[in-house]
Design a protein around this ligand. Sequence first.
Ligand SMILES: [Zn+2]
Length: 387
Amino acid sequence: MEKIVAQSALDQKTYEICLEGGRIGAIQVSSLEDKPDFIFGPGFFDIQVNGYGGVDYNLLQSDYLNLGQISSALEKCGVTRHLPTIITNSKEAIGVLFGQLALLLESAPVYRESIPGFHLEGPFISPEDGPRGAHSKEFICAPNWEWFQFWQEKAGGMIKLITLSPEWEGSLRFIEKCVDAGITVSIGHTNAAHVQIKDAVKAGARLCTHLGNGAHGVLPRHPNYLWSQLAEKALHASIIADGFHLPKEVIQVFHQVKKEKILLVSDSVALAGMPAGDYDAPVGGKVTLSEKGKLHLQGNPNLLAGSAMNLLQGVNFLLRNKLTSIQEAWEMASVRPSQLLFPNSQAWNSLEKCDLLLVKQEENSELVPFKIFKNWKEVFPKRPSKS
Ligand SMILES: [Zn+2]
């Protein structure tokens, strides 16, 4: 039996983790007074993943099992759960993309454990240049409940989060229907007026998707949709903390305003997790991934072509720049998204049931995975087989 002494990232207490044959046997509070070498907490949960490690949820696959590579690649980085994210496309294409995700989940329990739902970002967003970001204008449209039901059926009922803009007529009724169906509604890629945002919150919208991105380059000083979303106390906000999408001072302001309602997403695209270099991307065309993880159009470092980081790198960005405490950064990447999307699930909020991530903290404050457990079974590092 091996015993690891580690500090909880959440309650800061010291625990003894007893390991037996690659499994956790028990976790108990320790009376040891020395500061432990390790930190642990729930595995990270990324509610916005378009792709990773060269695989793209938004592309039709020759074999849908290819999509499973994303779960394994993210797991090694401590992201034990995520929501595959399908973005604006034609009605038929969105149906097909959700269909292949549903097949993936049917194929093995391991995928159902790492993928508790899907995120639909679009097509009911703003058609305006700026707010729409890289979403293709031709497919952007007003909310359509019949279409949504078609997609939800293809998805096997697994769409748990939708990002839309309440600037369309009919948005409020649509939001209410989503909320009744248990789907979390997020405001994003929006050009909505103040009153439309207020009404969306009354109808049940609870999140802002990657606040501060998917927005105009230049905005009227006030009123504008950033102030409106910051002012709404009921709205949580997700942010991309990769060092490129938001300046540090903007993260500081969002953090101070949203407090315990701010959380992290990666919004990673397929090239995330790939070696630096030049690539041909399906969205964006010729792009460059820099050594530092910035993904931009070739020859123009100012035009971002998506996010190329995982959630662990987001947490490390916050810690390295002293933007939050470790407890807060860890909550932003794990319990906060869990509690927002699955408030009734005990599974991710108790030590007995959640995935666990055990890390070492480097001198520059960054976290490096040491061991990762799913259902208390060690999944990282992979053990050599006994044959
Ligand atoms: Zn987006």
